[in-house]
Design a protein around this ligand. Structure first.
Ligand code: TMP
Length: 229
């Protein structure tokens, strides 16, 4: 019997205003052109329960431990109900933020203890199918890296800012450093995209990374970009 093709778990990361979200639909379209089934999802959120937690996280005042516990509680539900089943079906999962955001925002931005975050990560993401020692990590993380000053300028005209978007530039400097630390610790799954360029130039970097891995044909990527731009 021919085995089912393995699913792929791809996450999108970066500080608010880095422009990651506009590329997710284009990448989903590119994979679908290749006949893949794609699940597009996000964190905080992705399930009815986790979306309720998202509303609390973005609006209610709380301390960094409470914030971290809520983020991981939502992640647990999201993994169980959406991410793991989609990967088991052999789908591509494109997730707008995942655990690197917790290390960057709660660890870097809020200054919360990353050792505690590592424990919560292990408890939440333990993967029975892979063995109790293994945790569910993304197969690839696309990090849209942008100077916080540029991101702030891009967000200036945006909708009413939430609890995170309204933080000062200094907070986002720490968040960016949090992402840089995660990249250093897991460089094999991280691709840093220079998000300070035009949308087309960032898309080219993104496509280059996927074509290099043999996951995407350049032709499907070109057609998807034309349809969604
Ligand atoms: P979004 O605007 O990209 O959907 O994300 C909502 C906010 O949630 C964003 O400012 C980053 C924040 N966040 C955390 O603080 N910790 C996390 O673990 C995640 C996933 C997001």
């Amino acid at each position: 019997m021919v085995g089912r093709e393995a699913g792929r778990f791809i996450t999108f990361e970066g500080i608010d205003g880095a422009g990651k979200s506009s590329h997710i639909d284009s990448l989903a379209a590119a994979f679908r052109r290749q006949g893949k089934t794609v699940t597009v999802t996000r964190e905080p959120g992705g399930t009815p329960l986790a979306e309720k937690l998202r509303t609390l996280l973005l609006n209610d005042s709380m301390d960094p431990l409470t914030e971290s516990l809520l983020v991981f509680a939502g992640r647990r539900d999201h993994l169980r109900c959406v991410i793991e089943p989609a990967l088991a079906r052999g789908e591509i999962v494109l997730c707008d933020r995942f655990t690197d955001a917790t290390f960057a925002y709660q660890g870097g931005g809020r200054g919360f203890d990353v050792k505690v975050l590592s424990i919560l990560e292990r408890i939440t993401q333990v993967n029975i199918a892979l063995g109790p020692e293994k945790i569910r990590d993304p197969d690839l993380t696309l990090w849209f890296d942008l100077a916080p000053e540029m991101a702030a300028a891009r967000l200036a005209d945006a909708r009413t800012p939430d609890r995170f978007e309204s933080q000062p530039v200094e907070f986002f400097r720490r968040v960016r450093q949090g992402y840089a630390d995660r990249e250093l610790a897991a460089s094999q799954r991280f691709v840093r995209l220079d998000a300070g360029h035009t949308r087309d130039a960032v898309w080219s970097q993104l496509v280059g990374a996927l074509v290099k891995r043999g996951w995407l044909s350049a032709e499907s990527a070109d057609m998807a970009a034309e349809k969604t731009s």
